[in-house]
Design a protein around this ligand. Structure first.
Ligand code: MLT
Length: 247
């Protein structure tokens, strides 16, 4: 059977590649895949760039080093912003796209103001600000009751460095609007969204999907923004179905 191109999973903010823990077992049986820590996150000791394009350069270097000509890119939230930028800059390296709980638009004026408020709070309270406040934004009410999951998410956030969080916030605040790309996407594309995602709500993601010819939009039930961790079983099933069709 022909193998599909490798899958590259790009994590979100303020997390690292360990957010994909529940995808690894299912993926390793069938697919070649990579879960990298973005610059300055998780085990990556480099400086975090203050632009989304800085992260795309990291990914381009990574695939070139691994002699990967074409890959399927799966970006969660901030990872989705990076995936849009990667497709804009290096479309020839992309054979399919999976956008998970993410947006194509830039931050609104209101959104930018909120980023600045968050930057101030980060300066005052450090990473702990995110440990205490981010799970409520990332997870559904139901998932917040799952203590083990809540602790796992808090633990991942607590590992991240203040400077990395600061630069990534600036990168997200200043990112380009890439909605224009949607109508130019020429590869198979899947959009996945948690049923109760309040950061990139299902209606918004569905409308992105409607702009990409032939793309698929799927809801991950009983999940907030953090669908790969909140309902991995359903998330994996949807991704598997999509990847199988690429073989
Ligand atoms: C993420 O989950 O990566 C971030 O919450 C995205 C954002 O803040 O825009």
């Amino acid at each position: 059977m022909k193998k599909s191109n490798p899958l590259i999973l790009i994590h979100g903010f303020p997390l690292d590649s360990s957010m994909w823990k529940n995808q690894i077992n299912f993926l390793k049986e069938k697919y070649q895949f990579y879960t990298l820590d973005l610059l300055g996150f998780g085990e990556n000791k480099e400086k975090t760039p203050d632009s989304i394009e800085g992260f795309t350069e990291q990914i381009k270097t990574f695939i070139d080093k691994n002699f990967i000509k074409e890959a399927v890119f799966c970006g969660f939230s901030m990872g989705g912003y990076i995936t849009f930028a990667f497709y804009e800059l290096f479309p020839n390296n992309v054979s399919a796209l999976i956008f998970v709980d993410t947006r194509a638009a830039a931050d609104s004026e209101e959104g930018k103001k909120n980023r600045n408020i968050t930057l101030d709070l980060l300066e005052k309270e450090g990473t702990n600000y995110f440990v205490e406040n981010m799970p409520q934004k990332l997870m559904s009410e139901l998932s917040l009751k799952n203590e083990a999951l809540l602790n796992e998410v808090k633990q991942i956030i607590s590992k991240q460095k203040e400077e990395s969080l600061k630069n990534a916030l600036i990168a997200m605040r200043d990112r380009k609007d890439r909605k224009y790309l949607l109508k130019n996407i020429k590869v198979k594309t899947l959009f996945l969204c948690g049923e109760f995602d309040s950061l990139s709500p299902p209606d918004e993601m569905k409308s992105l999907s409607e702009m990409v010819e032939g793309s698929k939009f799927e809801i991950v039930r009983k999940s907030g923004h953090l669908s790969p961790m909140e309902n991995p079983k359903e998330f994996n099933k949807i991704v598997d179905k999509f990847l199988l069709k690429l073989k």
